[in-house]
Design a protein around this ligand. Structure first.
Ligand SMILES: [Zn+2]
Length: 203
C-alpha cells in the first residue's frame, strides 16, 4: 500500500492510488504526491530536543497522550455531550417560555452549564485533531468549522449568563433575544457537526 499526501492541505491518504478528490480541500488526484513516511510532529520535537533527554521524554509522553486522544477519536466522542444537551436546552427554554415555567427555565439553564463545562475539552481535542491529522490546514471547510464552533460557544455563554443575571428574562421581551441566541447556537452546532461528519466519513 502506498501513502499519498495532498500538496494543498497535507491530507494523508493510504491506498494504491490517490483519491479522485481530496476530501478536505477538494483538489483533484493530480495534487497528490506519493510519500514514503507519514510525517509526525513527534519526530520534529525529537530532533529539536536531542541534547535534553528528560525534556524529550516529557514531550514524548505529551505527544503520546495527544496521539492516543486522536487515535481513540476523543473529539467526536467529546462532542456528543454538548450536541446531546444543546437541543434539549433549546426545547426546555421554549417550553419554559410557552408555559411560563421557571422550573423548566432552570432545567434549560443547568443543561447549558453542562454544555459550557464540556466545551473546553471539545475545543481542545478538536484543535489537536486539526493540527495532527490535517496539519492545521486553513481551507474553507476548516474556517467555517472554527467560526461555527466559536459562534456556538459564545451563544451558549451569553444565553447562560443572561439567565444568571436576569432569571425573569422569559417574562420580558428579552425572551425573544434569548430564543434568537439559542437558535444561532443550535445552527452553529449543527453546521460544525455537519462538517465534522463530512471529515470523518469522507463523503
Ligand atoms: Zn487537500
Amino acid at each position: 500500500m502506498k501513502i499519498w499526501q495532498c500538496s494543498v492541505c497535507k491530507y494523508i491518504h493510504k491506498g494504491n492510488f490517490p483519491p479522485d478528490k481530496c476530501p478536505i480541500c477538494n483538489v483533484g488526484a493530480k495534487k497528490f504526491k506519493e510519500i514514503h513516511e507519514i510525517p509526525t510532529t513527534v519526530k520534529k520535537s525529537n530532533n529539536k530536543q536531542k541534547d535534553k533527554k528528560s525534556q524529550t521524554l516529557e514531550i514524548n509522553n505529551f505527544e503520546k497522550i495527544k496521539s492516543l486522544l486522536i487515535k481513540h477519536h476523543a473529539h467526536p466522542v467529546a462532542v456528543h455531550t454538548p450536541n446531546g444537551l444543546l437541543p434539549v436546552s433549546v426545547i426546555l427554554w421554549l417550553l419554559a417560555w410557552i408555559f411560563d415555567s421557571q422550573l423548566l427555565a432552570k432545567a434549560a439553564f443547568i443543561n447549558q452549564i453542562f454544555v459550557l463545562i464540556s466545551l473546553p475539552f471539545v475545543i481542545l481535542t478538536g484543535v489537536l485533531e486539526w493540527q495532527k491529522k490535517y496539519n492545521s490546514a486553513m481551507t474553507m471547510m476548516f474556517k467555517i468549522k472554527i467560526i461555527t464552533a466559536a459562534l456556538t460557544s459564545v451563544a451558549c455563554l451569553i444565553s447562560t449568563v443572561w439567565f444568571l443575571v436576569d432569571p425573569e428574562i422569559l417574562l420580558s421581551s428579552g425572551a425573544w433575544g434569548l430564543m434568537l441566541i439559542n437558535i444561532i447556537m443550535l445552527a452553529g452546532a449543527g453546521m460544525a457537526g455537519h462538517i465534522g461528519g463530512k471529515l470523518v466519513f469522507k463523503d
